[in-house]
Design a protein around this ligand. Sequence first.
Ligand code: UDP
Length: 495
Amino acid sequence: MRAGGYSRGPAGRAAQGVFAMAAASARAISEVPVEPIGLGRFQEVVSPAAYRHLAHTVVQARERFAGRTIWNVNSTARGGGVAEMLSSLVAYARGAGLDTRWVVIEGQQEFFRVTKRVHNQIQGYPGDGGELGEAEHGTYERALEPAASELAAAVRPGDVVLLHDPQTAGLTAEIKRAGAVVVWRCHVGMDSPNEIAVGAWRFLRPYLADADAYVFSRSTFAWDGFEHSKVRVIAPSIDPLTPKNSPLSAARASAILISAGIVEAYSASLPFYQRPNGSVGMVCDRADMLQLEPLRPADRFVTQVSRWDRLKDPVGVLNGFGEHVPNAHLVLAGPQPGAVDDDPEGAAVLKEVVDAWHALPEAVRRRVHLARLPMRDAEQNAAIVNALQSNAAVIVQKSLAEGFGLTVAEAMWKGRPVVASGIGGIQEQIEDGRSGVLLGDPTDLAAMGREITRLLAECERAATMGAAAQERVRRHFLSDRHLRQYAEMLSSFVA
Ligand code: UDP
């Protein structure tokens, strides 16, 4: 998961726009309005036993949380895995009758520069190379003060507040003083923390002393220095019922890719997708493409879809593909750079990718397509990501660090063979050689190329792997499991 984000805007499940909770003159927090969604449709995708378990948990949770509000606080309403999950989980919790709210904190560039540094450093990378010292504590604390007071005034004693990621850790003390239960949910981590990661913990830990629980995505991510009994492990999840993950036929996915300008052809199918509220959406915004010539429907392509972040190593994917995958096309896709305003490194990383593309030999450049996906409408963006993932021959996630990597679960859910780095949360998802391929060394470009080439050549193996991947996600990484674990954990605080 990430610590940065895209510009404030409607989340996947949110109604248009975000309204300020406080007076417009002092907007330090804003609420993301989320339409409730019933859990009934889970019957279509999970086993009867899993659905019964979910329904039972909901009945208990409704009793336990009567009269209380469950708050989620993060720093962006769209973009990246945390916003992706909140838009679903909050909608389902509301649909289940729990008073659940989602609030985002406002931040200035200076604040996000510090929190992006913390985000990179928790994953063991220096990021912009700056320090996390007194000056950064000052920037961080000053930026959070107004949000802390507004939030503390809004929560009531007995409420439960889930604070997500480094940006919100500094709210803990003030919210505790207001009498709420505070759970800090960290979406990033590192299996064997180095000095850099430990330095980032040192920066954040004092802010978290009063929290009632600390949730990590993987047991190896838990930090030293937290009371053992307060540490919980809950893996992230994807929502199988969204425009991002609902099944798309190959023809419908093609129609969407054509309409988005990623594939050039005539399509008799219309680029429709279903919105979560049941209405029909149509892809009409176009991606900005950097390419020598467009993809054709018969071209087999490999894709990586990610924010423009060095830890996703888009330049490595591009160079490794160019050098080591002799045929097929690569679509490297991410958000339009204009959409990124609290992820200060996104535009610079995109520029590095564009420069690397220009430096490719012409014959390779002909097979490499950079797609900047439209972000005006989050659901439309999701449908385009779905179409890319559904029609790709192989999906890559060559991250250098990854808290979980929702894109991996998304690809697996579509029954695609995935080649991904064997690091962080990706290892929770893929069983190497069975439900995907894990790269032992994420910097080994030749190995990445070899594994992609092999999957392109061995269709049966790719299909078997894809089927195993889909089943694995169904059992372990869908929202129903995530909702149950949250409900069980939070119930223990309000019993
Ligand atoms: N994503 C998207 N549009 C883009 C790029 C990414 O919708 O142009 C989504 C992607 O499908 C996934 C999320 O952003 O749902 C990224 O989550 P992940 O955990 O993979 O990485 P993070 O960005 O949180 O580090």
